[in-house]
Ligand binder design. Structure first.
Ligand code: GLA
Length: 733
């Protein structure tokens, strides 16, 4: 199947598979225009060709054949706009030159079509396993005055509703230039009513769903924190006002990047919408020497005409199977017990062993030793940077614990926070310059810690060496890679003044280099990302680690919002979710063990509490939950996920997991607050086969159409606050 064609006469590129089309034109033999992104078009006949139109105060560029008042860069829909030749909207590229100018003019030069999808040098990206899966169009633009080449890559997969884009800038000129901004992607959409969905949040309240109309002006969703952040996940969706979970148009956009990002939405004077994503230009300056090139991160643009859930499913499958890597990519993930909320820093070997004993008795498969096992780390003010086991706490050392865990037929996991250092650590005493700091200024602390300068190779090498010393001697099956503060006083002591604007990005590149090295070398390890919970839950990190701790908030009710919001983009197989103690440590709320279990098993299931403190009755519930999850985890981790009722819209939340052949499904219904003499609520499922017959909870039998169109009453009534119900749905033949 040919996925990309170029029409020489019309000067139009058409990227298309059976379900989507993306059309790019070359205007006036020079400028790339955006024509269309949406449902597949079989043959393009100039539909929506931008009219020749004269608009006052919209300048006409010089140098095009037959200069005319009817053409302005200020009005046409573009693909990668520069600034300075009459487009007064936000540019996608800005380059500072020796003469002080930042004006560029990138015009069309040539194109190439490549089978498959090239890797991105030093950056995470989606990939193909077989070249037949995708084709990539590389369009080269040039700025003739500066000798710069801008190569825009567009990959279309044969069977996915996504376009993957990136930009590569090459300096073929004789003098260096400074990149002030290089977006990974820019798209201009014609005038229409659109709404913006984004996922803002904060620590212990990540990825809340916000939806608002797009109006004229610029809206920026960004991070200046050095990471993708709890505060502004690198994701937006543009939807039609009537789009809901299952119907209507949704265009989703994410950046495969873990550092400062900028997602920009601008509605112009004519109500056209420009959307852009890339490295945040704030605090960014990159000197590009002669013959050097700069690679932007990848951006992923998904199209759905089956609502927001359709968009999510495309992202889920893509991120799960063509972004995440390693042997755990699609493997069943173990049920874990983590000691953090059970002990915090207050543990010794005996306490740990008693947690392991109870976990083993309950059928839990992986024990994770969290913060506090290393250096002088009895509280969070010291020890980071010294990754040496603390044998005062663990009398037989880490290997003693690892052996104990393995003897119980469980796997052993360990927590690290490799990017950080405490002032009170041997590493900092020896190498204070290893921490990011600006000369002459104070060093802000956050959780009493500093950020190591991962832009520096020798700093990464020191931490890698320390980690290797542990990984090479102790049997470790799982690692949680944490990061518990954001970057301040960003300045690197070994980089010259002209390169300080590169440090934010070089930090991320350094981090990726280290992650690549460690995760490929220790590929038997299940790696889980974390940043104070879900502070670095992004597509970049997922390339190295197939799962991430979703939030430090383990309250089941808050988790409904957090997991629901997270699922807009990220697959269930990436979302760590644990049952913790009550009253909950973040919200002080009391909830039953059943709802805590149901919420946590809607993610990568685990426990994080003192199992030994549980009553026999509670242990029986845990035994049942563990047994249930083991039977159903393939479906729960990798099934198609449909959101049914939103916790952001009402007192009810519901979702369902359906397997590939629609023979099995598990639905969950949650109700936050009791309703006195409340209405008889109905749950309608989705994703089932209408003509199949199903048995629900080993009991009554219904048609798939019946379960989806008529639904079931939530009856018997739920009693009290914080209730949940499961529906195990199996095909009967
Ligand atoms: C972060 C993580 C927690 C825990 C602590 C340990 O907050 O998100 O799960 O590991 O650090 O300090």
């Amino acid at each position: 199947m040919t996925l990309i064609t170029f029409d020489e006469n019309k000067q139009i590129f058409h990227l298309s598979n059976a379900s989507i089309s993306y059309l790019i034109g070359i205007e006036k033999e020079a400028y790339l225009s955006h024509l269309y992104f949406g449902k597949a078009i079989k043959t393009y006949h100039d539909g929506r060709k931008y009219p020749a139109i004269n608009r006052s105060f919209s300048p006409n560029p010089d140098g095009i054949p037959l200069k005319t008042r009817d053409f302005s860069l200020d009005t046409i829909l573009q693909e990668m706009p520069s600034y300075g030749h009459g487009d007064f909207r936000n540019p996608a590229v800005q380059i500072k030159q020796v003469n002080g100018s930042s004006i560029t003019e990138f015009v069309y030069d040539s194109y190439e079509i490549i089978f498959g999808k090239p890797e991105l040098d030093g950056l995470p990206a989606t990939y193909v396993e077989d070249k037949k899966e995708a084709e990539t169009l590389v369009i080269t633009l040039v700025d003739k005055l500066l000798g710069l080449k801008l190569k825009l890559s567009y990959t279309i997969y044969a069977n996915r509703d996504v376009i993957a884009r990136n930009a590569l800038l090459e300096n073929n000129g004789v003098v260096p230039v400074v990149i002030e901004k290089l977006a990974s992607l820019s798209v201009d959409l014609p005038a229409q009513d659109l709404e913006l969905i984004s996922l803002p949040g904060r620590h212990i309240k990540e990825r809340e769903i916000e939806r608002q109309p797009i109006q004229r002006g610029t809206r920026i969703i960004d991070s200046k924190r050095g990471t993708s952040s709890h505060q502004a996940n690198p994701f937006i969706a543009l939807v039609a006002p009537k789009t809901d979970e299952l119907t209507g148009i949704a265009i989703g956009l994410t950046l495969v990047y873990s550092g400062n990002h900028e997602m920009l939405i601008e509605q112009d004077q004519f109500s056209q919408t420009r959307v852009m994503a890339g490295i945040n230009p704030f605090g960014f300056e990159w000197e590009l020497g002669s013959n050097a090139c700069f690679q932007s991160p990848e951006a992923l643009l998904v199209y759905s005409d089956q609502g927001i859930n359709g968009m999510s499913q495309t992202f889920h499958d893509l991120l799960q199977t063509r972004l995440a890597r390693g042997r755990y990519r699609q493997a069943e993930r173990p049920i874990l017990i983590n000691n953090w909320e059970a002990t915090y820093f207050d543990f010794d070997a005996d306490k740990i062993k008693s947690i392991v004993d109870s976990a083993a008795d309950l059928g839990i498969e992986l024990f994770v030793l969290d913060d506090g096992w290393f250096g002088k780390r009895d509280e969070d003010t010291s020890g980071l940077g010294d990754w040496i086991e603390n044998t005062e706490k663990l009398k037989d050392g880490l290997q003693g614990i690892a052996d104990y865990v393995h003897q119980k037929n469980m796997s052993f996991g360990l927590w690290f926070e490799p990017e950080m250092v405490n002032a009170d650590s041997d590493l900092f005493r020896e190498h204070p310059d290893y921490a990011l700091q600006t000369p002459g200024r104070g060093m802000s602390t956050s959780r009493d810690q500093y950020v190591l300068d991962f832009s520096r190779q020798e700093v990464r090498a020191e931490i890698t060496k320390q980690m290797r010393a542990i990984l090479d001697t102790i049997d470790i099956d799982y690692i949680k890679w944490d990061m518990n503060r954001h970057l301040t006083e960003v300045h690197s002591s070994t980089a010259g003044a002209a390169h300080q604007g590169e440090i934010f990005h070089r930090y991320v590149l350094g981090l990726y280099e280290m992650l690549e090295e460690l995760t490929t070398e220790y590929d038997h390890i299940l790696w889980e990302g974390c940043s104070g919970g879900g502070g670095r839950f992004d597509a970049g990190f997922l390339h190295y680690m197939p799962q991430s701790w979703t939030s430090d908030n383990t309250d089941a009710i808050e988790r409904l919002d957090i997991q629901y919001g997270t699922s807009l983009l990220y697959p269930i197989s990436s979302m760590g979710a644990h049952v913790s103690a009550v009253p909950n440590h973040q919200t002080y709320r009391e909830t039953g063990l059943e709802i805590r279990g149901d919420v946590a098993m809607s993610g990568i299931f685990g426990y994080e509490l003192n199992l030994q403190d549980m009553s026999q009755t509670e242990k029986t519930v845990v035994l049942e939950q563990v047994a249930f999850y083991k039977i159903h985890r393939k479906l729960l981790q990798y099934g198609k996920f449909y959101r049914l009722l939103s916790p952001f819209e009402s007192n009810q939340t519901a979702w369902i997991f359906v397997n590939d052949d629609q023979s099995q499904a598990i639905g969950f219904y949650f109700r936050k607050y009791a309703e006195s003499a409340g209405p008889l609520r109905v749950i309608k499922f989705t994703g089932l086969a209408p003509d199949k017959t199903y048995q629900v909870n080993d009991d009554a039998i219904y048609g798939g159409d019946e379960l989806m169109s008529i639904g079931l009453y939530i009856y018997p009534f739920l009693e009290g606050d914080y209730q949940s119900r499961k529906f195990v749905i199996n095909e009967v033949k």
